[in-house]
Design a protein around this ligand. Sequence first.
Ligand code: HEM
Length: 126
Amino acid sequence: MTISMWIASIAWVSLVLGYTQRFNRKRHVPLMFFGIFTDILLVLYLQITRSAIQTALEFSLSIPQQIHILFSTIALVLYIPTLILGSKLVRNVGSATTKKRHKGIAVTALIFRTLGFCFMFSMWKG
Ligand code: HEM
């Protein structure tokens, strides 16, 4: 595996561990922060070093590789409302539905991230 794949794996493990700790704020929040920001930094790094977005838009990749990019991008976009709603919960400033919305959007993000993570291995040149 490449170093980027190892970093992506560490981020994903952190998100899964964070999910298992969702009822424990002290553990849930730092694990999710670590996973999300590692993912964001990795995308920035891949963009700077390999123009990842341009490569994706050229559609020169295989179907599984394109699925990897599509699903991972959806997860990254969903991280934004996840972070906003999560930080409202931390600060206790949300409404009655904040937790429900956080739960729905965050779990959707994690599902896309997990599927994108599985398809990441189609990028592996062995
Ligand atoms: C993809 C990332 C994330 C996932 C999958 C996720 C998932 C969840 C789920 C399912 C719950 C509801 C637990 C329940 O059933 O009551 C929850 C609660 C919560 N989440 Fe997240 N979350 C994520 C990221 C975050 C982030 C980044 C923050 C902080 C900025 C955060 C803060 C919270 C808080 C404060 C709660 C309430 C915990 C409690 O019950 O006291 N989450 N999260």
